[in-house]
Design a protein around this ligand. Structure first.
Ligand code: ADE
Length: 224
């Protein structure tokens, strides 16, 4: 898989995508993450990517031309399955979307900034708009990092124990059951007896019940 992330702040994305499972997936050749500096597609000396909006409202708008040039340059080198724009008014990103994106070959993520982007980009170039939650971030870089992280870890081979991706929270619309490690008793705070019983069937049944109960209590909307 290849992920191209177009941004005006490349530095913001270098560290979050260079550790742990993501770094291992890159090192194993399972994914290539390429950070594209939008300013490389400007033509003026100041490398301008934004301008005042028509209509007189406050706030700068990202211009169509550098974005079109950046996307066209990438598209001239390979086909893309999805061109995503990160924005608070996009579709809410969830595990289902992460699963779906992890099966794609090439995707572009365009990070929004300032007041937004010229609407013609959304009309003519973008295939999917994603929000990571109902709050406004300074820019789309952190959202792009969240999306890339959650997608890359799902690529087969990215995790040492592949089963663990299947057991993740949300994979079956349920929260994960509580988990514990040693010691079995810390200051009188005990690990549930069933987990120490060695009875696999009983443990599985307990975990399923707990997953359901936790979901009902904490995120009942997932059960709808
Ligand atoms: N850009 C600003 N806020 C955002 C959000 N909540 N999700 C995705 N991109 C954003």
């Amino acid at each position: 898989m290849r992920i191209d992330i177009i941004t005006v702040l490349p530095e913001l994305l270098e560290s979050p995508l260079n550790h742990s499972i993501i770094k291992r997936a890159i090192d194993k050749g399972l994914v290539e993450i390429n950070i594209v500096n939008l300013r490389d597609f400007t033509t003026d000396k100041r490398r301008t990517v934004d301008d005042y909006q028509y209509g007189g409202n406050a706030g700068m708008v990202m211009m169509v031309e550098p974005i079109d040039k950046a996307i066209s340059s990438l598209k001239s080198q390979r086909d893309y399955d999805e061109i995503i724009y990160t924005s608070p008014d996009g579709e809410l990103f969830n595990q289902k979307q992460a699963n779906m994106l992890s099966t794609k070959k090439n995707i572009i993520i365009l990070c929004g900034h300032y007041k937004g982007i010229d609407h013609r980009v959304r009309e003519h170039l973008i295939t999917k708009e994603l929000s990571i939650g109902d709050y406004v971030l300074t820019g789309g870089e952190l959202a792009a990092a969240v999306i890339a992280d959650s997608v890359v870890r799902l690529i087969p081979g990215a995790m040492t124990d592949e089963l663990s991706a299947l057991e993740d929270c949300f994979q079956d619309n349920l929260l994960a059951p509580p988990i514990y490690t040693r010691p079995a008793n810390y200051k009188g705070w005990k690990v549930p007896d069933v987990l120490l019983s060695g009875n696999d069937a009983l443990i599985k049944k307990w975990q399923e019940e707990q997953a359901y109960e936790r979901t009902k209590q904490l995120r009942p909307n997932l059960l709808d």
